[in-house]
Write a protein that binds this ligand. Structure first.
Ligand code: GUN
Ligand code: ZN
Length: 436
């Protein structure tokens, strides 16, 4: 059998561990090579070294790609995004519950149409790869076909993706409402067809407490108990009106989080989007179960939901992941998300460094999603998902970076001034899947 061998040559930056929150990263947590090389064999990273170290060991038939004027990083990861909401982005002037009713639910109704879902999945993946994001944890709609078409499109591109069918059996329009137990059978069918196939994983997806009955939540907990290698994603404590509504719908539970705890939904593979209004006790309970909170800064700013206290989570030992939350988010790009994270942090007196920002978007998210054995760093044995950044993408970026004296300064300016134009190429599974 012939192997496919490729060498990407150029500067590269990767995290090997959490660099911490200081302007000097924790020792050994990052690696930068000025003239580096990523040797890829059949979709996996075989070696990452200075080019000079590998030069004499390369096979004659290897393809060498010259990225000496670029900067390679691990492909970015988005821990919470709704592919069915691209068309909802930039819908004016509502907070969460009105935004859902006025814009989001009507948009998701269109995913009953298979052709529409298929085209939307392709559009979404094109957009993701355009911004250097190679893995995401994705909400589909409540229509199983929206999940089939998403996984099929991801498999064709050989992407590592986590996705699931939205579960909601109350408080939504008729065409989105599940039959309570039918929705569980649909999820089990999707798990059987897609979970563990190629690079795909299934995530159980009860939308949020207000749109599920006790019976549905209980049944989801049962599925998770029997298959703990599944992920789970939902929303938690995003908006004050939402929290009050959960209190009315579940008066027997002590707080919003207790609804999820009661039905067995809080585990190490559970992602709770937002967590803007958590108290110390709730952070501790989430941390004890090893769950993660998806920090969705541009969404929280856009819907006026509030400022998530990332450092309070860190201090409680609660993992946070980083997410666009499209369609409430305003940017699918990791740079837009990181700029939002910086701004939220600045308002809370917690300025985000470039080190921590890029860690969150790569290895931090991989760890939060239990994918760190496969993705999130540029290291031998990992899958070759790579974002290629162009430091000269715009005259302003080029000028500003030329004035930066340290790598710390450079990474921070790159994080704050970049947008989709900075992504020159994207590789997934050792193949180029996007080029500008
Ligand atoms: N809460 C329940 N559903 C949603 C959603 O689609 N987006 C956001 N931001 N919050 C939610
Ligand atoms: Zn969301």
């Amino acid at each position: 059998m012939t192997t496919q061998q490729t060498l990407l040559r150029g500067p590269l930056f990767t995290c090997l561990d959490d660099p911490g929150e200081e302007i000097i990263p924790a020792p050994g947590s990052t690696r930068y090579l000025d003239d580096g090389a990523i040797w890829i064999v059949d979709g996996r990273i075989h070696a990452v070294e200075p080019f000079a170290v590998l030069a004499d060991h390369l096979p004659a038939e290897i393809d060498i790609v010259d990225y000496r004027d670029k900067l390679m990083m691990p492909g970015f990861i988005d821990s919470h995004v709704h592919y069915v909401q691209l068309d909802v982005m930039a819908s004016y002037g509502r907070q969460l519950l009105d935004w859902l009713n006025d814009y989001t639910f009507p948009a998701e109704c269109r995913f009953a149409d298979e052709a529409f879902a298929s085209a939307a999945a392709e559009r979404f993946l094109n957009e993701l790869l355009r911004v250097g994001t190679t893995t995401a944890q994705v909400f589909c709609s409540s229509h199983p076909i929206s999940v089939d078409r998403f996984f099929e499109a991801s498999a064709r591109r050989r992407l590592r993706m986590i996705a699931g069918k939205v579960l909601m059996d109350r408080n939504a329009p008729e065409t989105l409402i599940d039959d309570t137990l039918g929705s569980i059978r649909d999820s089990e069918r999707l798990i059987a067809d897609w979970h563990g196939r190629d690079r795909l994983s299934y995530t159980l997806t009860p939308r949020f407490a207000p749109t599920s009955t006790r019976e549905q939540l209980d049944a989801v907990g049962g599925v998770l108990r029997d298959a703990p290698d599944l992920h789970l994603q939902t929303h938690l404590s995003e908006n004050r009106g939402e929290i009050a509504w959960v209190g009315e719908l579940f008066p027997e539970r002590r707080d919003y989080l207790d609804v999820y705890e009661h039905y067995g939904l809080v585990g190490p593979r559970s992602t709770f989007a937002h967590g803007v209004h958590l108290d110390a006790n709730q952070r501790r309970r989430l941390a004890e179960r090893g769950a993660n909170v998806a920090f969705c800064p541009t969404s929280n700013l856009f819907l006026g939901s509030g400022l998530m206290d990332r450092i309070a989570c860190r201090e409680a030992g609660l993992a946070t992941s980083l997410a666009s939350d499209i369609g409430a988010g305003t940017s699918l790009s990791v740079f837009g998300t990181l700029q939002g994270a910086y701004q939220v942090g600045a308002l809370l007196g917690q300025a985000l460094t470039g080190w921590q920002g890029f860690y969150q978007a790569t290895l931090g998210n991989a760890r939060a999603l239990h994918l760190e054995a496969n993705i999130g760093t540029l290291q031998a044995g990992h899958e070759a998902d790579i974002a290629v950044l162009d430091p000269n993408a715009t005259p302003l970026l080029s000028r500003r970076l030329s004035q930066a004296e340290t790598l710390s300064e450079r990474l921070f300016a790159l994080m704050m001034l970049s947008d989709d134009r900075t992504i020159s190429a994207t590789w997934a599974d050792g193949r180029q899947v996007h080029t500008r």
